[in-house]
Unconditional design. Structure first.
Length: 180
């Protein structure tokens, strides 16, 4: 297990820390080479791990800095949890059939940004999310078809996580692939 995982995950409450470590351990054991995407960002073997690490690093840094400007209405713990889970379907979406056999609770291969699969995974591992965290997980990639003019659908936590994901996926899409 990478050093950063316990560093960030130990900030979570016990239930989510235990669930996170169990989920991460299963991935490292059965799908360690999962890509971050098929072509857009961190699209190399192990890129999923790199992307998750990157968004959590960005989240920790950005939360600290923004909180100095004006107090945020969500905790770093909530941000790290959502960032950890925001792409949790990706390793399974592109896994081989053989790799998926290690996860008998999976009945159907997930699709892109598969929110139903995310819920199934969250329930399977025993994560506990608040209503604010569920909103953030749902809208981490924007409001999309739920957008309503004059109404905020995506909460502040979702917007924050969206920013972190966008920085990793669009600004630093090839990091740490080309790292010295």
């Amino acid at each position: 297990m990478d050093i950063w995982v316990p560093t960030f995950l130990r900030l979570l409450d016990e239930q989510n820390r235990t669930a996170s470590i169990a989920f991460w351990s299963d991935l490292e054991k059965h799908i360690p080479d999962a890509k971050g995407s098929t072509a857009s960002h961190q699209a190399w073997n192990g890129g999923y791990r790199d992307h998750v690490q990157e968004v959590m690093n960005i989240g920790a840094t950005l939360h600290l800095q923004l909180n100095k400007v004006r107090p945020l209405e969500f905790t770093l713990e909530s941000a790290l949890l959502v960032l950890f889970l925001h792409d949790c379907e990706k390793p399974f979406k592109n896994a081989t059939d053989q790799q998926l056999k290690a996860f008998p609770w999976i009945k159907k291969r997930p699709g892109k940004s598969d929110k139903n699969f995310q819920k199934q995974l969250i329930d399977h591992y025993g994560f506990h999310l608040s209503a604010t965290e569920w909103n953030a997980l749902k809208y981490v990639e924007g409001e999309n078809e739920d957008y309503v003019q004059g109404k905020r659908v995506q909460g502040p936590l979702g917007a924050f996580c969206h920013v972190c994901d966008t920085v990793s996926a669009r600004i630093w899409h090839d990091y740490p692939k080309n790292k010295v």
